[in-house]
Structures are given as structure tokens and as C-alpha cells.
Design a protein around this ligand. Sequence first.
Ligand code: PLP
Length: 398
Amino acid sequence: MTVLSNRVLEMKESATLAMARQSRMLKEQGVDIISLSLGEPDFDTPDNIKRAAENALEHGDTKYTPVSGTKALRDAICRKLERENHVSYTAEQIVVSNGAKQSIANACMALLNPGDEIILPSPFWISYAAIAELAGAKVVEIKADVNEGFKVSAEKLEQHITTKTKVILYSSPCNPTGAVFNKQELRAIANLMLKHPNIHVISDEIYEHINYLGEHYTIAQFEDVKDRVIIVNGFSKAYSMTGWRLGYMAASKEIASACDKIQGQITSGACSFNQTAAIEALDGNQVEVEKMVDAFKRRRTLVINRLSKFEGVKCPSPDGAFYVFPDISCYFGKSYDGIIIKNSEDFALFILNKAHVATVGGESFGDGNCLRISFAASEEALNEAFDRIEKAVAGLVG
Ligand code: PLP
């Protein structure tokens, strides 16, 4: 008999991956499912990046790389950070990883001791809590609801800071809400860091380029706290490179070398030829990124328009990323086929079974009144999905 570790037994399965599995099962049974559950751009990786990978393979770029990534890629990342974010880092402060998710895990493992507290402004990305708990930390969720634009203020954060608080971790633009911290809001969080010199911020900026405001700020821009900020970013979203598994962090030398040490014992350096191609992603023509963002902008308008027709549903227009996070609690207590919808997971299942549209309940993102809908799908698919949801909702009883 196998007795699995408490670590894995206590871990929650990713709700997005669980929903993807469930809709795949229905698809295999021949059901025509429209999938709006995954955080994956529906575009192909731009050609110039693919050609760069082919070229790198052709030229024998197939060996182990340094754990932190090739010097050439780390230099390209430093140039990007200087050019786009106005922050200066040297190559020793960059650790390339197998995706932003790994960078977040590295940072949590490097910073958190069992019993330390990590504050997650909520709603938050599904994996944060599981990763922090793996590091033994206590997760402190601080919630902002739809009426607050899903943005937790610095005042609210401060009320929950204790002597054990070590890390604040957020994504901006945010998955699942699309909320974006502006410069003043980030300054207010930086001021909190000044008051509490033990606190670090892990700033997940993976949706940086998918920003409808046109301006992205990073808290690392404030020199007085920069040493305690870990910028996490990657190639999955902006360059539609989810399957390539490539991310990175920028941090103080001390934190970067701690992350290098952890990664060196677990996965080593990321894929060699992907790293060469990633230099092309950063330094090459950005026109494909702009096209993708324009398409996301059109889809955002479409989705917000369609949602506005649902009486009782509240949904701010997202400022970034490619998700909407409507409050659908007006449907709680209604029923279909004798099943009462009690929470967002029930509502997601109802939509899956009756409209054949896959979404994710908001519970695992920290807000059980909401539903996460990804608009990384064609306008045709989105319209069809909302037609089906409208029809299903009209059949609810109660
Ligand atoms: N951070 C956020 C907020 C995300 O939404 C995702 C992916 O969905 C990631 C990190 C992971 O990115 P990567 O594919 O680089 O691991």
C-alpha cells in the first residue's frame, strides 16, 4: 500500500486544470464544448520566434545551459527591463526558469519559512496559495470585491500585516479580474514596505503586455524598495508561448542566487534552444504582440456587451489580461433538472452541462460569487458561447 505524503494529500488540485480535464472528457464523448476555461492565448507563436528556435536547433544549441539561463538571454531580459520598465538589473540578478509559475515557486521557497505569513490580495491566481502552502507558509487572503474594482488598498493590506508577514504576492494585470495597479496604488504598497522592512513583494507581471490602459507600472520602479521586490515575468502570454515553458525573475543578487540554488537542485536550466528563441521574442519585431492585444481588446468589448444583457450580473471591464470575472451570485438558489445552484462551482457545472461552455468557478480564485471566463477565443466562439449561456440561464427555475 502506498501512503502519499501529507504535502500532496493536503494540496488542492488546480481548478482550471480540473475543469479542462472535465471538458476534455465531454469532448471525447462527442460533445461540442466551447472552452473558455484556460489561460492560454489562442494565437500561434509568432513566426520570427519559431524560426529562431529552428535555427538554434540547427546550430547545435542543444546542451545544458547555466541554471539561471544563458548569459545572452539574461542580457536581453536586462535590456527589456531597462527599455520597457525603466529598471536596471545586471545578468546576475536574473533567473530564467521553466515558466513564471516556477519563478513564483522558486521565490516562495527562497523566502518563506514554515509559519511565515504570505498576504494574497484576493481574487488571486489559483496556484499562489498552493505554492505558498508547499513552502509551509500561512496564507492570509485579503479580499476586494466587485464593488471595489477587485483592488485591495494599501490601508486594507496594512490591517493584516503582522510580525510574521514576509511576502505580499499579486499579479498586475490580475488573473482572474483584469485589475491593474496604478502608480499611486503601487507607491502606497511601497510605503508599507518601508514601514515594514521584513516584507517582500513578489510582483507577477506575466500579463504586462496585455494591458488596455497602455501603461504598465512595476513596484520595482521605486528604488527605495527595489531590493525587496521580485519581478516575475515570462513568455507564455505576450508571445503566445505557453508550451515553450519559459519565464524569469529579476531580484536582488541575494534572492536571485538563492533561487538559482533551488532551481539547480530541482530542474536545472530551461530548454537551450527556447532560450535563444526568447531573445528574438524580446529584441525582435513586436508587431504580432500588438495585433494580439488589439484582438483581445475587441473581444473584451464583445464580452462586456454580452454580459451587460444578463440582469443582476455585475462585471467591471478588465484593464488587462484576457479574463472577465462577473459576479453571478444572482443565480444562487435557482435550479435546473432539480439541482439547486448554491455557489460558483455549481454555476460553472451548470454552464458546462447545459450550455457546453467550460468556465471556472471563482471559489478557488478567492471569490465564490464570481465566475472566471477567458476571452482567449475567437469572436465567433465567444458569441456562440454567450448565445448558449443566455439560453441555458433562461431555463433556470426559481
Ligand atoms: N502567473 C499568472 C497570473 C498566470 O495566469 C499564469 C498562467 O496562467 C502564470 C503565472 C504561469 O505562467 P507560465 O506559463 O509562464 O508558467
